[in-house]
Design a protein around this ligand. Structure first.
Ligand SMILES: [Zn+2]
Ligand SMILES: [Zn+2]
Length: 202
């Protein structure tokens, strides 16, 4: 599902058969009710064929696989020596960074007026229609539960431990339910009302 060597998720595409995309090509994430071991997320992703398709991603693949960490990693490591090396080095590097207090992903929580560490499973909506390598990102705050929308670089989403020094923040408290959130997300991205906030964690 997630390939640590290419940092891409593989999905099926009705036009091309198989495809792979980076996390920043995800458009919508929603945890499937009733799934726990493992939790499974339904995602819509923007495909290289020009369409958007649904796919399924486990919690483990969303939050831990990009760090080279996760429950299934030891089994994968036994399959090929190449994956073994990459997985171990990546996992050890990630573990050391986490121990030092670095965060693989972060966002600016608007209601709390502060940056927060986060994992991709808290991402709700993504959009990149601006053609500037930027991503509009709606995050459900794991601490206060409110949704904030940030404007970030693609690397901020795709590359663990790459955190933009400053991000755009929409000065708006977003709806909690999914349908209203999607409508507000699109309206606010179109309005381009972003303020710059520094993302210094610690
Ligand atoms: Zn496709
Ligand atoms: Zn918050």
């Amino acid at each position: 599902m997630y390939d640590a060597l290419t940092a891409r998720y593989s999905f099926s595409c009705p036009a091309r058969g198989a495809t792979s995309v980076r996390l920043s090509s995800f458009r919508r994430l929603e945890r499937l009710p009733g799934t726990a071991h493992p939790a499974v997320y339904r995602v819509d992703f923007s495909c290289g064929c020009g369409g958007e398709h649904p796919g399924l991603v486990t919690h483990d693949d969303l939050d831990w696989a990009p760090l080279g960490l996760g429950e299934e990693r030891p089994f994968l490591n036994l399959m090929t020596s190449r994956l073994d090396d990459a997985g171990c080095e990546l996992g050890e590097l990630s573990a050391r960074r986490l121990e030092r207090g670095s965060w693989p992903w972060s966002f600016f929580c608007y209601p709390e007026e502060r940056p927060r560490p986060v994992f991709p499973s808290s991402f709700a909506l993504l959009a990149s229609e601006r053609g500037r390598g930027l991503v509009g990102l709606a995050v459900r705050c794991p601490v206060c539960g409110c949704v904030s929308v940030n404007l970030v670089s693609e690397d901020h989403v795709d590359v663990p431990f790459h955190n933009d020094e400053a991000v755009g923040v929409v000065g708006h408290v977003f709806a909690a339910d999914a349908a209203d959130l999607l409508a507000e997300f699109r309206a606010e991205l179109d309005s381009a009302a972003f303020d710059a906030r520094r993302l210094l964690l610690g």
